[in-house]
Ligand binder design. Structure first.
Ligand code: APR
Length: 187
């Protein structure tokens, strides 16, 4: 399943699939502060990228929640991996919402700094970190769409959802946004 929208010069794409199999220039990892691997997206990316990734992340000295670090893609199709650390969800915690938005913003900033034109995001914090999908989808799409609306640097921002439920939540969120934002057009 794929859903597309356009804003400014960027295509926003929702796909159901596996982040490790994306052909974008960069993929984003849902990492932890150690950057030394884990389960979920983190485990899948380290497994697919191979041991060279861990050797590289060991040299980075970790990453704060809400921040992002860049490495090579190693055995992945993607040339780069942007490791971002989302917040652990706590109900009514505005700090968690701010940190999740920050994690998306820092990843896009890093991508632009490295001239990356296409990037694939997993649904950061919605797994082990417990963020409700609907709240996370709103923050993810709102943050990325508001950033790409102001710059012409990113050609494709793809959200890779692992299952049909996540795809459904993200697609309903994107449709609702397109109803409110006149410069966001569903394709
Ligand atoms: N491709 C795309 N999405 C995936 C994949 C995959 N291969 N595997 C899991 N997902 C989805 C999950 O279904 C969830 O919706 O990615 C979302 C994020 O889940 P997690 O990987 O658990 O990430 P997060 O919630 O941010 O927790 C990060 O988990 O694996 C550890 O080291 C990691 O400590 C960190 C924490």
């Amino acid at each position: 399943m794929v859903m597309r929208a356009s804003i400014n010069s960027t295509t926003i794409e929702l796909v159901q699939g596996d982040i490790t199999r994306q052909d974008t220039e960069a993929i984003v990892n849902a990492a932890n502060t150690s950057l030394l691997g884990g389960g979920g997206v983190d485990g899948a990316i380290h497994h697919a990228a191979g041991p060279g990734l861990l050797a590289e992340t060991r040299t980075l000295g970790g990453c704060n929640t809400g921040d992002a670090r860049l490495t090579g893609g190693h055995n992945l199709q993607a040339r780069y991996i942007i490791h971002a650390v989302g917040p652990v969800y706590r109900p009514d915690d505005v700090e968690a919402a701010r940190l999740l938005a920050s994690a998306y913003r820092r990843r896009l900033e890093l991508a632009v700094e490295h001239g990356i034109k296409s990037i694939a995001f997993p649904a950061i914090s919605t797994g082990v970190y417990g963020y409700p999908l609907d709240e996370a989808a709103e923050i993810a799409l709102e943050t990325v769409i508001s950033l790409v609306a102001q710059s012409r640097d990113i050609g494709l921002a793809r959200f890779v959802l692992f299952d049909a439920r996540a795809f459904d939540v993200y697609s309903r969120t994107l449709s609702a946004m397109a109803d409110k934002k006149e410069d966001l057009r569903l394709l």
